[in-house]
Design a protein around this ligand. Structure first.
Ligand SMILES: NC(=O)c1ccc[n+]([C@@H]2O[C@H](COP(=O)([O-])OP(=O)(O)OC[C@H]3O[C@@H](n4cnc5c(N)ncnc54)[C@H](OP(=O)(O)O)[C@@H]3O)[C@@H](O)[C@H]2O)c1
Length: 249
């Protein structure tokens, strides 16, 4: 099969491209560095010609709606027009989450559904690297701040890439489809995440300071709206502890 990977130069996209190639299929990388711009539409139609599927891992949160919402819609319209199966990565728990980026991801999904072509949306929880980033941002010296009951169910990026490759190489849906959400094996508090990171470098566990959830966005994290309801998501991939032990952070 011929699979276009939008955002193939990025963290997730490069892993999807590797997965598809390792399974013996043709990968067509697509991003601005290969002359494909989802915002302007440059190079899009030509790149999709003869493709069986396109996996959308392209994004640029710093550009507001432009890539996340409008770029995804432009790609969905082009894929629908050419009968190419679009596989799109989204985020668990965005239906009722006030974080601006999550609201954009939800509008992107709605735009893809409205485009009307064969499309599969896969929602994943935060990647291990992002959970580690949050824990480090919330830590100063021996202290780690947490907000309410804030927690993550972080997932291995390689496993998400595997699932995206499975979907791109699998049967094409007849219309818009939401695949089963994916998450890592464990729900971890910020304190537990920071403890694992510190233990890896031989440091003792942090002193956790609990802060009140001020504002709607922090309240949503404090209420764990980013964590799937038990049993609702498919879980798999390396645990956060295994990922830390592998030294990939
Ligand atoms: N990090 C997480 O925890 C997490 C969790 C769930 C879902 N996700 C989703 O995973 C996706 C990928 O994230 P990532 O961290 O892999 O991103 P990334 O490393 O920042 O890669 C972004 C990619 O998008 C391309 N791109 C940016 N602007 C573009 C444009 N105008 N036209 C075409 N391509 C463009 C970039 O390549 P060029 O610069 O060459 O254009 C790059 O290849 C995002 O949609 C995110 O929402 C992330």
């Amino acid at each position: 099969m011929r699979v276009v990977v939008a955002g193939a130069s990025g963290d997730l996209g490069s892993r999807v491209a590797r997965q598809v190639a390792d399974r013996g299929h043709e990968v067509v990388p697509a991003s601005r560095r290969t002359g494909v711009d989802l915002v302007s539409g440059d190079g899009l139609r030509e790149t999709l010609e003869g493709a069986d599927a396109v996996v959308n891992c392209a994004d640029d949160p710093s550009r507001g709606d432009w890539v996340t919402v409008y770029g995804a819609r432009r790609l969905a319209d082009a894929a629908a027009a050419q009968g190419v199966h679009l596989v799109h990565i989204s985020i668990v728990g965005i239906d009722d989450h006030p974080l601006t980026y999550y609201r954009r991801k939800l509008r992107a999904e709605q735009g893809i559904a409205a485009a009307g072509g064969p499309a599969t949306v896969l929602r994943a929880t935060q990647f291990h690297s992002l959970a580690a980033f949050f824990a480090q941002k919330l830590s100063v010296g021996p202290l780690t701040a947490t907000i309410g009951e804030m927690a993550f169910q972080p997932v291995d990026t390689d496993w998400v890439a595997e699932r995206l490759a499975d979907l791109a190489l699998g049967p094409r849906p007849t219309a818009y489809l939401r695949a089963t959400d994916v998450a890592g094996p464990d729900v971890l508090t910020i304190g537990e995440i920071e403890t694992l990171l510190r233990a890896h470098r031989g440091a003792s566990a942090p002193h956790v300071v609990r802060l009140p959830p001020l504002g709607r966005t922090l309240r949503a994290f404090a209420e764990r709206r980013n964590v799937p309801t038990p049993g609702e998501a498919q879980t798999g991939g390396r645990s956060f502890a295994e990922w830390v032990a592998a030294g990939e952070h």
